[in-house]
Design a binder for this molecule. Structure first.
Ligand code: HEM
Ligand code: HEM
Length: 223
């Protein structure tokens, strides 16, 4: 049974779903600005609705995070390390909101409509303004790389907890694995227990087996 304190299951589902979506968005974004082929239009058509979906998921996730307490970090972690962990999480949250909002505002400032599924238009976040478009475009690009670095640091920290410290931090965000249930022996009579163990253990050498045991029909074969 899993006894370590864990994040709420909804928080865990949102964490891993958003991790995949955000990483995909970073690569889609970089791919998008590196091509002038028809793929640019195609990638932008994915980038915009997916970015808005991330914004919606971030709102839900923040609600879940404020409603259900996060499990405490290991007590033996130095206070400075705990502070860095908490600060880095809030930086990640801030970027989960800032990136889509800046993307949306950037297009509004450029006078471009932001449409999501079936061409449904979203209202402009800011009025059309050339200089503001330039600033927001720069901010979206710079923060994208800050996001990349923050995620790399976060993944490094998660692996440090999982592989080096081997504490409860990584399991608190993962899904409990179903362990194979051991044979139910506690209720069984002693003789049944012995034979159940016998099937799991390697075969005993012949000399270790009681001579003339009628319950061991294969004795003669072993020699
Ligand atoms: C785009 C990628 C990712 C983002 C934006 C992200 C974001 C976050 C945030 C904000 C938290 C704090 C939990 C909360 O308060 O809701 C968190 C926790 C956590 N994340 Fe990620 N994460 C990402 C990818 C990953 C990956 C790839 C791993 C594993 C290698 C990972 C492992 C963890 C673990 C173990 C925790 C729990 C930390 C704790 O208890 O303090 N995350 N993540
Ligand atoms: C988590 C959400 C988002 C992430 C991680 C993300 C990431 C990126 C990245 C990495 C780039 C390339 C930046 C560069 O190298 O210059 C980019 C560009 C772009 N993004 Fe996003 N983005 C997000 C949300 C959005 C949203 C919601 C919109 C609009 C509704 C948007 C619109 C754009 C546009 C128009 C560009 C091209 C800018 C240019 O031509 O320089 N993004 N994004």
């Amino acid at each position: 049974m899993n006894t370590h304190p864990a994040f709420h299951p909804l928080a865990r589902v949102l964490h891993w779903t958003m991790a995949v979506l955000i990483l995909a968005m970073l690569f889609i974004g970089v791919g998008m600005v590196s091509t002038v082929s028809s793929k640019h239009t195609w990638l932008l058509a994915i980038h915009k609705p997916l970015g808005i979906a991330i914004l919606v998921l971030a709102i839900i996730r923040l609600g879940v995070r404020l409603r259900f307490r996060a499990p405490p970090l290991p007590a033996d972690m130095p206070a400075s390390m705990q502070w860095v962990a908490h600060a880095s999480h809030w930086v990640l949250y801030a970027l989960m909101f800032a990136m889509p909002l800046i993307g949306w505002a950037m297009l509004s400032a450029g006078g471009y409509p932001v449409t999501i599924l079936h061409g449904w238009p979203l209202p402009p976040l800011v009025p059309a303004h050339g200089a503001l478009f330039g600033w927001l475009r720069l901010a979206h690009g710079v923060l994208a790389y800050v996001f990349f670095l923050a995620i790399l640091g976060h993944m490094g920290a998660a692996l440090y907890h999982g592989l080096i410290r081997r504490d409860d931090v990584l399991p608190s965000m993962s899904f409990p694995r179903r362990e194979p249930s051991p044979p139910q022996m506690s209720d069984a009579p002693a003789t049944t227990q012995a034979s159940a163990v016998g099937t799991a253990l390697p075969e005993q050498p012949p000399e270790a087996q009681p001579a003339g045991d009628p319950a061991s029909p294969g004795q003669g074969d072993a020699g």
